[in-house]
Ligand binder design. Sequence first.
Ligand SMILES: *Cc1c(COP(=O)(O)O)cnc(C)c1O
Length: 357
Amino acid sequence: MTTPSGEAVPYPRLIVDLGAIRRNYARLQDMTAGAEVAAVVKADAYGLGAAAIAPVLLHAGAKSFFVANAHEGEIVRAAVGGGAQIFVLHGFWSADVQAIARSALIPVINSPEQLRDWLAGPAGPYALHFDTGMNRLGIPMIDVSGVADLAGKRQPDLVMSHFACADEPGHNLNATQIERFATVRGAFPGVRTSLANSAGCFLDTPAHGDLVRPGIALYGGAPRATGANPFESAATIETPILQVRQARPGDSAGYGATWTTEADRRLAVVALGYADGMFRAAQKGGYGRIGDVKLPIAGRVSMDLITLDVTDAGDSAKPGESVRFLGPDLDAFAAASGTLAYEVLTRLGSRLERVYV
Ligand SMILES: *Cc1c(COP(=O)(O)O)cnc(C)c1O
């Protein structure tokens, strides 16, 4: 049994690769030539830190940002300064009106009632979100002409909708939603349009609109379940090995003794756990790496510790040595956890120090 030497950083860090985010942004511009590429930075830029990332996207060329609520909008405004447009997807409450004015936010209005309130009240710039088939947020198609009449001369800055199945290119709901959105376009001639999220950027140009709204692709997660992911993961966890031990035939490891071995194996315990956002489900198929060597999770993920089978790493697996998680394995780690990169990123814990490179 060995203990840490004291040299290593004794806590897990989340390394955010700003260069990867810039390259992902440029790739989206190439994929959607002609469309403006907005940046979706809601949920603190998918857990990676909106205050640090939004300015990088601004310099990469983003002129429009999307957040969920006005509070997030204020943080992004402080980060990017004036100039850029910041759209608030959840619309507005009367309690938000001051923040919207102070930070020059643009509410994305989701119902005729909300539009009436906006026009009777603040009446600043706004966007309209129409529900073309997802039955989630948005103005129902039946209200398109009524809302166009209501808007009258005070036209929205943007009309948008959101795909339910853009990650399945062959799904017939995509064509239906594009067709319904054409009706929206027709009711708001000359107004900018927005339809595609990350997965929608892979569809043909009628799916894009004037402005696309990628989120996950910026951070490198796979927008679609199938096909290659052309984006670079911007999130890598680095955490030190705390202790290494030898497991003998018949030994088990971790809570519930769910991992057992019939051979000699070397085990390393690292400073990372479900408190940092690592899913317990990742026990089956999840792994970290030293260099290129994959180190499978051995036994249950606990709150602050994960045990890895480091036999294949040989002598490099020693206390203080850094083990990496996610990075190029982001999608694989999500799959092992029974979820998507979206959920892995947005659940990364606050204990992880964010380090921007
Ligand atoms: C979150 C969100 C996006 C971004 O989706 P990704 O799949 O991450 O690209 C775009 N539009 C709306 C309305 C959203 O809620």
